[in-house]
Design a protein around this ligand. Structure first.
Ligand SMILES: [Zn+2]
Length: 264
C-alpha cells in the first residue's frame, strides 16, 4: 500500500513539474517587496486594512499555491497568469492581438482586479483576494515568457538543459536564473532597488499594454536566443542576468504605481 502511494506521489510530482506557470517563489517576493518600498502613505494604510500585518511578499505566491487546491475552487483563475500571443512586430499589432482575445488572461484580468480592490462597497475578503491576485499577476506580467507564444505554452514546450539538467525555457525564466544567484528575496530587493526618483518615474510611466509589450519584446528576444535543445550555462546567465534584474525591478516599481493609483 505504502509503495503504491509513494509511486503516486512521485507521479504527481512529475506531472506538476512538467509545466510551470509563474515566476518562482523568489521572483514574486522580490517584486512585492520592491513595490511595498514605494507605496505612498494612503496606499500603505489601505493595503494594511486589507492584508493585516503580513507583508505583501507573504501573499505574493498564493495565487500559484491555490492551483493545488483539491476542491478545484480556483480553477477559473488558472488562465489569468499569462497572455500568450504570437510574436508581434510593433506595439499596435501587439495591442490588437491582446485586445481581441476573449478568454480570461493577464491583460483583461488586471483591470478587473484593480477595480475590485478599489470598490469599497465589496466585502473586505473579496477585495483582499483581488489585491493578492493583483500583486501576483503584476509580477507575472514582468516575466517575459508569460507574454510568449501560445503554440509552445510560453516556452513550456521548448526543451533545454540548464547546467546539464533537462528543463524547459519557461522554467528557466520562472526561477532557475533567479535561484542560481543565491540571493534571498530581501537581499535581491535591496540590491536592485537603487534607482533615483527620476529614474523610477520613467520606469513607472506608460499603460498596462505598454508594460505587457515591454515583456513581449523581451520574450521574442529570448525565443531567438534560446532554440529548442539549447544547452544553457554560465554564458546564458551572463547574457541575461541584467534582463532578469530589470524585470524584477520594473515589476516591483510598476506594481507600486498601480497600487498608488488605485488608492489615490
Ligand atoms: Zn502566476
Amino acid at each position: 500500500m505504502t509503495k503504491i502511494f509513494s509511486k503516486l506521489f512521485v507521479l504527481a510530482g512529475f506531472v506538476s513539474s512538467v509545466y510551470s506557470f509563474a515566476w518562482g517563489l523568489t521572483g514574486h517576493r522580490v517584486i512585492a517587496e520592491i513595490a511595498e518600498n514605494h507605496l505612498d502613505c494612503r496606499a500603505r494604510h489601505q493595503i494594511k486594512k486589507l492584508l493585516g500585518k503580513e507583508r505583501m511578499a507573504y501573499w505574493a505566491n498564493w495565487p500559484d499555491f491555490i492551483k493545488s487546491d483539491t476542491t478545484n475552487a480556483y480553477k477559473n483563475t488558472f488562465q489569468w497568469h499569462y497572455v500568450n500571443v504570437d510574436p508581434q512586430p510593433d506595439f499596435d499589432s501587439f495591442a490588437k492581438a491582446v485586445q481581441t482575445q476573449q478568454q480570461p488572461n493577464l491583460y483583461n484580468q488586471i483591470p478587473l482586479l484593480a477595480a475590485k480592490v478599489k470598490d469599497k462597497k465589496l466585502p473586505l475578503q473579496e477585495r483582499k483576494t483581488a489585491l493578492i491576485f493583483l500583486i501576483h499577476l503584476m509580477g507575472d506580467l514582468s516575466q517575459p515568457m508569460h507574454t510568449g507564444r501560445a503554440g509552445d505554452l510560453g516556452g513550456n514546450k521548448i526543451k533545454v538543459n540548464f547546467f546539464g539538467q533537462p528543463t524547459n525555457l519557461h522554467a528557466v525564466w520562472d526561477g532557475k536564473l533567479i535561484d542560481s544567484q543565491k540571493y534571498s528575496y530581501t537581499e535581491y530587493a535591496r540590491l536592485l532597488d537603487i534607482k533615483t526618483r527620476k529614474e523610477r518615474k520613467a520606469i513607472q510611466a506608460g499603460t498596462l499594454t505598454d508594460w505587457l509589450y515591454d515583456s513581449h519584446k523581451i520574450a521574442n528576444k529570448i525565443y531567438h536566443e534560446t532554440p529548442d535543445g539549447s544547452n544553457l550555462g554560465y554564458d546564458y546567465e551572463y547574457k541575461f542576468d541584467s534582463t532578469v534584474e530589470r524585470q524584477l525591478l520594473y515589476g516591483g516599481l510598476r506594481l507600486a504605481k498601480m497600487l498608488n493609483d488605485i488608492f489615490s
